[in-house]
Design a protein around this ligand. Structure first.
Ligand code: UDP
Ligand code: MG
Length: 136
């Protein structure tokens, strides 16, 4: 069964810095994900800590929050059939070394921390993450 849903995508600082915004957006749109909203922002470390609080007990949490707030990012609402899973497949594995060919992280990721994109991991988290960045 397929259903239209939304998910949150973030183009992380390493990819924004290398001017990969259009390339990454093209991968989404070529794969039937519509970009419903998009904005380039620069969040501070407290905001990154709130966004990633699900990882607060992990050893990489502090570095992760510093990293996400280290430069501009692009946050997007993607919409399409099974958008959460579709986006996760297009992203590839967390560590670019393990990511399949032609996934965003294989193509553009530098390392496990500088892995170019974030994507919600479930429909519930997608709702929370979208409302974190897009308040209306
Ligand atoms: N991360 C890291 N070191 C690790 C695991 C994760 O720096 O050992 C970073 C990585 O950038 C990842 C983010 O923390 O994208 C969130 O981790 P998660 O396990 O949720 O991976 P994702 O959902 O992004 O694939
Ligand atoms: Mg995750």
């Amino acid at each position: 069964m397929s259903k239209i849903e939304q998910t949150l995508s973030i183009i992380k600082p390493d990819a924004v810095e290398r001017n990969l915004i259009e390339e990454i957006k093209n991968i989404f749109t070529k794969n039937k994900l519509i970009i419903k909203d998009s904005k380039k922002i620069h969040i501070n470390k407290d905001e990154a800590a709130e966004f990633y609080k699900i990882h607060q007990s992990k050893p990489f949490y502090n570095d992760l929050c510093s990293y996400l707030s280290s430069g501009p990012i692009v946050v997007m609402i993607l919409e399409g059939e099974n958008a959460v899973i579709t986006n996760r497949k297009l992203m590839g594995a967390t560590n670019p070394k393990d990511a399949e060919e032609n996934t965003i992280r294989k193509l553009y990721g530098i390392s496990i921390d500088k892995n170019s994109v974030h994507g919600s991991d479930s429909p519930d988290n997608a709702k929370k993450e979208i409302s974190f960045f897009f308040k209306n």
